[in-house]
Design a protein around this ligand. Structure first.
Ligand SMILES: Cc1cc2nc3c(=O)[nH]c(=O)nc-3n(C[C@H](O)[C@H](O)[C@H](O)COP(=O)(O)O)c2cc1C
Ligand code: SF4
Length: 435
């Protein structure tokens, strides 16, 4: 059985209750923090652990913290990104709903390291039931002296607020999130300057993902070296994978990074194989924004090595034959799946969620959706396939934020790996799977 860092107590009854969490050793990392670490030492400890951001980009967490502008006398902010709207990704709500104190404890640790007096959890509007759970847990943390003035008799004080968004996917992009938190329309900002220098209300800010923050108590309790001993050279610790699609056991799984993809899909400990004994056709391994891979390339790299659930193994081969770990939203498709139709679903999503600030994304996402719908309804022509590739190429890298890339990569990769299926759809003027 894999070691559990994030989900070790997840099945304990009433874990959302302060006393239950506390009796299982909760908030001891905060006590240890006051005894053993200065803020800079805590940042160093997180750097040593090798923890990488779990929101999608995989940026090293301690390094990100060290970029925070500490020369200015402006206040600093720490913000938890709980927007979680990426199709296929549903891991953060698992923590928020079942173990909110783990997240709050992580927020205290991060805030202390960054010298922050006020911190926020920005939560997706649709997760209102989770917001209520977190707000109750915050109240309990105040009542028990872990939030507020002079935490546990120390000189350190922290206020923590939970703020819902209005349900826009783009508000998960960290600068759009900050705009939204300031009460404005959630449009991504042009970078630089980065939030570490000009963030919330123009002040130095760090934004981290829920899972990243929830990993901190274990790291402080057990030490950076213990965390770094789990995983692979470039992918340390454990990762939550939300698995969905045509598998026997969809759900949220905690894996040790470096687990073979084949074991994850077929073993009973995880996905339990493909439904109805069907054949695996393709996987989107890191949430809908990453390139799709056909069965042969998700199980083995182009070099013939077993593909692992790690940052470096999934990236092996670049975008020609590889993909990304992203947020860990693992979408499995069996051999009854129509690639045109599933790609149309994603294209429709990105078109709908584009904030419209930059023309390649605003227009390109709409064009890609329209062309895919044309092909799907039997009215496409062969020229449409190259047109899609052309549009995707011109959206990628030419936009203010990575939503443009996220819309382009699934299109480019689906055509790269399943071109014949698009051609067949156009020739037949209908879908082979539903005719
Ligand atoms: C369109 C878009 C949506 C995003 N949505 C989320 C999200 O819901 N949650 C999240 O943590 N990061 C999301 N990100 C990534 C954030 O911008 C940011 O990199 C992340 O919150 C940083 O946290 P980490 O370093 O702990 O990963 C999104 C990025 C983009 C471009
Ligand atoms: S890439 Fe799309 S979502 Fe991002 S800023 Fe431009 S228009 Fe908005």
């Amino acid at each position: 059985m894999a070691r559990k860092i994030l989900l070790h107590d997840i099945d304990v009854a009433n874990l959302t209750d302060f006393n239950v969490y506390r009796n299982l050793g909760g908030y001891t990392a905060v006590e240890k923090m006051f005894k053993n670490f200065t803020p800079d030492q805590l940042t160093e400890e997180v750097k040593k652990s090798g923890l990488r951001g779990r929101g999608g980009a995989g940026f090293p967490t301690g390094l990100k913290w060290s970029f925070l502008d500490k020369k200015t006398d402006k206040p600093r902010y720490f913000v938890c990104n709980f927007d979680e709207s990426e199709p296929g990704t549903f891991k953060d709500r698992h923590i928020g709903q079942l173990n909110p104190h783990q997240l709050i404890e992580g927020m205290i640790l991060g805030s202390y390291a960054l010298g922050v007096r006020t911190a926020y959890v920005y939560i997706r509007g649709e997760l209102f039931y989770v917001l209520k759970i977190i707000e109750k847990a915050i109240e309990e943390a105040y009542q028990n002296g872990f939030l507020g003035e002079n935490i546990k008799g120390s000189a350190y004080s922290l206020d923590l607020y939970c703020q819902p968004g209005a349900g826009a996917y783009i508000c998960g992009e960290e600068t759009a999130l900050l705009e939204s938190l300031e009460g404005k329309r959630g449009n991504p900002r042009i970078k630089p300057p980065f939030p570490a220098v000009v963030g919330l209300y123009g002040c130095p800010t760090v934004v981290n993902n829920v899972e990243t923050i929830a990993s901190l108590p274990w790291i402080i309790n057990n030490g950076a070296e213990a965390y770094a001993a789990i995983g692979t050279e470039k992918s340390k610790g454990t990762k939550l994978i939300s698995a969905c699609g045509h598998i026997n056991k969809p759900g949220v799984y905690e894996i040790e990074l470096g687990l073979p993809v084949e074991e994850f899909i077929y073993s009973d400990e995880y996905c339990g194989g493909i439904r109805n004994g069907n054949k695996l056709k393709a996987v989107i391994a890191g949430g809908s924004s990453v390139p799709i891979l056909p069965a042969e390339l998700i199980l083995k790299t182009a070099k013939g090595e077993p593909r692992l659930l790690s940052y470096e193994s999934l990236e092996e081969g670049g975008f020609e034959t590889g993909t990304m770990l992203g947020s860990g939203g693992f979408i499995v498709m069996d051999d009854t799946t129509c690639m045109v139709k599933s790609l149309l679903t994603y294209a429709r999503f990105y078109h709908h969620e584009s904030c419209g600030q930059c023309s390649p994304c605003r227009e390109g996402t709409g064009w890609m959706e329209n062309i895919l719908r044309r092909i799907d309804t039997g009215k496409g022509s062969m020229k449409d396939i190259d047109l899609l590739v052309h549009i995707a190429k011109h959206v990628e890298g030419n936009t203010i934020c990575p939503l443009g890339d996220a819309a382009a990569w699934p299109v480019a990769s689906a055509i790269r790996h399943f071109r014949e299926e698009f051609e067949e759809h156009i020739k037949l003027q209908q879908c082979r799977f539903t005719k």
